[in-house]
Structures are given as structure tokens and as C-alpha cells.
Design a protein. Structure first.
Length: 350
């Protein structure tokens, strides 16, 4: 870290509810991510794009003209407004743009570029799903397309592993960021320093493990999310026999002990877990916490479950200024992620 870091120059990663210029996506095309179901994910995926594009531009990474035509046809079928959608010919290996997409920071002051991009290293969650070289290039390609400066910290970091309150605090998990398959050369303090300098935060709050079925080694966006500067929603399991019960109770107790930079405790809103979603004998990481906060709506994954409406009602109370929209994620979750995992926000410049 010899050159001035984004934090030193006055940049920070804003909270997801901060106004967006756009949302970035990478068009799903990898059969191995949704074995036997790839065609089934397009309708709900396009419904998601339709909901988001009602309030901001949607930018979609596609391989070439042929994929752009396919995507346009699918979007047209759900009545999406194609004038709010722009395609970029940036080839990808997979669709999980939260993790391989650009991390946009905004400037707190008046000097320098209004926004910069941080291009963290990406290794497909510890090398689990090669190839991933094309995904690893996406943030820099976006920076070139938008003429935005790009920083390269030189370590692995995924967008789904961190959640921000926009006031100096980032929430993450030890299960993911301290996993030896990410940055084995770094200890916890060194990782905190990277988070501070390249996300522009002052405080790192650590939870423990993630939910069963999460192949990312415990991403925060499946368990606990900020909904304002001092409030989080966190998923809890009420069935003591469920294998998620203990880990989510441990996370809840840890949240109760945390303090923000101003010394305040977190306001904690409990969100239910859906009933287990099992497909071909595999428990999937279904969670209502994997919602995406767009300008016009908060898009929430639903699972044809009796708790769907309860979760939507709880989140509606957290976001009185936005419509809360549930979109069926039963097929999407077979890919082991949902709406938040698939999207990355581009904030408007201050």
C-alpha cells in the first residue's frame, strides 16, 4: 500500500440504499451453475431486471451480439423496458456479479474523480469453480467502459462477503474472509486494514459461520444485512432441530454485543428462514436476507413458502420509502445464490 489508497483520497463504499446510477449484472449462461435448469432461470431473472429497471439503468455483461439478442428476447417476453437496459460485450464465466463485479466508491470531498472502482481479486470462492479468469477481469473492463479510475488491492474479496451501513462500518464473517482458500498470507488484522483502506470504512464487525448449503464459505448477504445506518435484519431459525438453528442463534447473540463507531448498539430485526429448500437431495442456501435494494424497489427472493409473506411484511416495515417486491427464487436458488448475489450497484456520484 505505497500509493495513496481510496480511503486516503476520501472515497468510501456507500450503503446499498444510496441512490444508484445503475445496477450491473452478468447474463446467466453457465449450464453447470444451474444443471438442468438454466432455461428455467430466465423468466424470474428477467422479472428481477424489470423491477430494478423501473428506477435505474441496468447494465448487463454479455459475451457477444448473439447473447445480447437472446437476453433482449427474454426481457421482451416479460415486458421489461429495453430503453433502460444497456449491454456491454464483456465475456464472463458465470453470472454472480455481486462477487466478480466492480466495487464502486464515491468521493466524500470535492477533489479527484467523483467515483472510482476497486478491482478485488476473484478466485470463484476459493478455486471451487474454474475457469474464472474472465470474471476476474470484469471490474477493470467496466472501469474502462465508463472511464472511471480502477484500483487493484491485489487480494481476493467478494462483494457478497461484506455489507455496509454507509457510515463507516462493514459487516462480514470469519468463515469466509479468514478462510485459507482466500488470502492465506494475511491475518485478520491485515484483512481489516485492506477493508479499511479500499472500502473506506473505519470499523469491521465480524460474525461467524453462514447457512447450510452456502458454497461461498459463509457470505454475509445470506444472513445479516444493514437496512439503515444502525439497523440490521438477521435471519433466525425457530426449529431447534434444523441444522441452521445454532449457527444463526450464535450470530444473533454476537450482533447483540456489537457496538457501532458512535458507541450505539445495533437495532436488530429478526427475519425468518424459509422451510428447507431441497433439490436433487441437496439443501440449497435459501434465505430472505439475499434481497437487493434498488432505487425503485427492494427485490426479495421468495420460495413458495408459508413464510414468504411474513418476510415481505418485515422488510416492507424496514423500507417505507420503497416498494418491497417478492420474486420467486425457487429455480434461481438451484445456482446457490439469489438476487443480491447476482447484482452489483453502481452509485450515483455525489
Amino acid at each position: 500500500m505505497t500509493n495513496p489508497t481510496p480511503k486516503a483520497l476520501g472515497y468510501h463504499f456507500p450503503a446499498e440504499w444510496y441512490p444508484h446510477r445503475a445496477t450491473w449484472l452478468s447474463w446467466p449462461h453457465k449450464e453447470a451453475s444451474w444443471p438442468g435448469k438454466l432455461q428455467d432461470v430466465y423468466a424470474p431473472y428477467c422479472q428481477f431486471i424489470k423491477a430494478v429497471s423501473a428506477g435505474e439503468q441496468v447494465c448487463i455483461n454479455v459475451r457477444d451480439e448473439a447473447m445480447e439478442r437472446l437476453a433482449s428476447e427474454q426481457l421482451d417476453q416479460v415486458g421489461a423496458d429495453l430503453t433502460s437496459i444497456r449491454f456491454y460485450h464483456h465475456p464472463t464465466d458465470d453470472a454472480w456479479c455481486r462477487d466478480h463485479g466492480p466495487a464502486f466508491l464515491v468521493n466524500n470531498g470535492t477533489s479527484g474523480a467523483p467515483r472510482v472502482i476497486v478491482d478485488w481479486g476473484y478466485n470463484a470462492w476459493g478455486g471451487k469453480y474454474p475457469p474464472f479468469a474472465q470474471d476476474d477481469r470484469i471490474p477493470t473492463l467496466v472501469g474502462e467502459a465508463l472511464d472511471i479510475p480502477v484500483y487493484h488491492p491485489g487480494i481476493v474479496m467478494e462483494g457478497g462477503s461484506v455489507d455496509f451501513n454507509g457510515a463507516g462500518t462493514v459487516l462480514t464473517t470469519t468463515a469466509c474472509l479468514l478462510n485459507e482458500n482466500r488470502n492465506p498470507q494475511l491475518n485478520q488484522q491485515q484483512i481489516e486494514n485492506y477493508l479499511s483502506q479500499y472500502y473506506g470504512v473505519d470499523q469491521v464487525l465480524w460474525l461467524g459461520d453462514g447457512i447450510v448449503g452456502d458454497d461461498t464459505d459463509g457470505h454475509i448477504d445470506d444472513i445479516t444485512r444493514f437496512v439503515n445506518e444502525d439497523t440490521v435484519v438477521t435471519v433466525v431459525e425457530t426449529d431447534k432441530a434444523d441444522e441452521n438453528y445454532t449457527v444463526l442463534q450464535d450470530n444473533l447473540e454476537a450482533l447483540k454485543k456489537m457496538r457501532l463507531t458512535n458507541g450505539k448498539s445495533l437495532n436488530i430485526v429478526e427475519l425468518p428462514m424459509p422451510s428447507p429448500v431441497i433439490y436433487e437431495g441437496q439443501r440449497l442456501p435459501a434465505s430472505y436476507a439475499n434481497f437487493y435494494i434498488a432505487n425503485a424497489a427492494v427485490v426479495v427472493p421468495t420460495y413458495r413458502d408459508r413464510r414468504d409473506q411474513q418476510a415481505l411484511d418485515i422488510l416492507a416495515a424496514c423500507f417505507p420509502d420503497r416498494a418491497v417486491v417478492g420474486i420467486d427464487s425457487t429455480d434461481i436458488i438451484w445456482g446457490l445464490g439469489s438476487w443480491h448475489c447476482l447484482s452489483q450497484q453502481e452509485p450515483a456520484a455525489i
